[in-house]
Ligand binder design. Sequence first.
Ligand code: GDP
Length: 704
Amino acid sequence: MANILEKLRNIGVIAHIDAGKTTVSERILYYAGKTYKMGEVHDGTAVMDYLEEEQKRGITITSAATKLYWNGFEINLIDTPGHIDFTVEVERSLRVLDGAVLVLDASEGVQAQSETVWRQGLKYNLPFLFFINKMDKVGADFEMTVESIRNKLLANPVLVELPIGAENSFSGIIDLIKMRAVFYDAENLGVTFKETEIPKELQKQVEKYRHQMFEHAAEHDEEMMNLYVHNEKIGEEIIDRALRRGTLSGKLQPVFIGSALKYIGVQKLLDGVTKYLPSPLDKPPIIVHKLTDKNKEITVKCDKNGHLVALVFKIISDAHGDLNFLRIYQGTLKGSSRVMVARGTGFQPVETRPGWSCHKENITRIFEMHASERKIVDSAVAGDIVAVVGPRETLTGDTICDTRNPVCLPSISFPETVISMSIEPLTSADKGKLLEGLHDLRREDPTFEYKYDAETGQTIIAGMGELHLEVLQHKLIKEMGIGVRIGTPKVAYKEAITKKAKAEGKFIKQTGGHGQYGHVVLTVEPLFGEDGHWSRDIEFQNKVISGAVPKEYIPGVEAGSKNALTCGVLAGYPILGVKIILMDGSYHSVDSSELAFEQAAAIAVEKAIKEAGPVLLEPIMRLQVVVPEANFGAIQGNLLAKRGIITNCRAHGNMQIIDAKVPLAEMFGYSSEIRGMTAGRGTFTMEPLSYERVPEQIAGKIII
Ligand code: GDP
């Protein structure tokens, strides 16, 4: 249990794939004394990557939480994935973190996914440290990397260290605060180190960067500013305090330097985590909604004496019962207790969620998780991250709270699925297990969806990209032992409307006895997000006056309207970005029911949508391709043929980096295509960007 909250850090290490996140995490665990044998990514023993799949691919897919101790501080390290197909894993980890370390490759600078996670972090006001890794690598250039942080992330990097040498000659770092040179002993994997005077030839550079650091830090501390302008000596504690304030306010980001592979600089980074990143007490209170009244907001503070409020941010199915990873925001969670599981907003924003629900569950055990072992604890308090067993029906994003005070945290927002494929069991024994397996996958991963298509008799799975579905398929087969065959991937199209329309819907049945009567008049109009694209949301508004539709039937109208939007009028794809306004209607004192209004609303919405200029939308991906100079022309031509729009090109060494927007429909099998065109040297990353209108001649082939 976290005894002193000021000394608790909930952090994540985040990076573009291959920048060294796993190696840095491994080193952190090793130096903190958690693993006696250092894991290496290339020999597949990394402790954090405990899933077989991750080891095989050499990438980290699922977040694992682990607790470690450093200099009297307690650190919960949340592992985050590097591959963009798993953006949501990053997103949900960011949600429960208090601060993050962004690892960059010193020879690459800021890469596509560093930009993505930075943007995601900004959304949660997350303080960051940077770690410029791989200083030993050919092409390592810390100044270029710092410049790219400034230019591409528009961040304010402040170097607190400088490298001694670079590439092959990288041998240590200079601590600009202590003003000492530090050399790590490679014989014992960097556990011990020597401190010396700063080498003479570096004095000038050191003065320049120390001066820059002072300028940035002093802005956040009056005492430091005073000492600085009067040219007086400034103590270490004052510099640290100023840097901490700057970091917590998001106005600056301290930059550390090293080479995880060569055991240089990771301990200093850990010191930085404890010195500059926030404790749970530094975070502002959060607003939750009372479950019984979603308009009532309650402020939740990091206080162990308050009512319990915790978020399920990760579920891992396990033979001994599902492990639910929780971040506790308020109160104390006790083992062998009964709690309320509240589901307020599901996977959509609060306003669009039709039903709120809650149920009670038992917490049987609470664990502190270490990378390879778990320790049972009696209780856990606000600010901490733990795993529990007991709950059977939780979903990622649920709130765990006091049975008498049910509240809901804002849910984690998950992107729309962009790709789907059919899946079928190989044998009848597999058939029985498949649904259960899919259900488990969905509990663990809310960006994965499955549904039974009654028309074709097929089960359809949907996710964030080809790799995402491939990994899930592998889990079904290898981990759950279910034989499955999958179809070819299909694009998850959507539909939308382009103009406003009004329609009337009547559901009236007179069948002798009790009849049915529902009658509504409503309008539909397109709803756009801040980015100018169709919003992912559906909004419903009631403008009926004088009780033409009584209050008790409004939920029926809302449910019927939203239901009608799940199946579009062009090709049956879900419709997004619509605002529905209920204008008028009528009722019958005996025959009206919620169900009748639900039907009437569905009829009206379908009619209105047909009049509202429906169009087909397709997922557009943000793509970054890195290819040898010589292949640039061919790749560019190929992207244009794929309806791609190239948004930026730049040279990096003898490689070209191309940023583009491309429809997902054109991108199936791109990894083998790019390998073929570049003799295996080209790489790319891709993430969903937006939904845009399908050009008419192509839409014509999809709408048949
Ligand atoms: P991740 O994808 O961000 O988790 O990156 P990994 O930790 O898996 O590292 C990717 C590759 O880079 C592996 O082959 C590592 O051995 C290598 N690597 C990691 N850190 C360093 C470093 O400091 N220097 C060099 N030269 N290679 C490194």
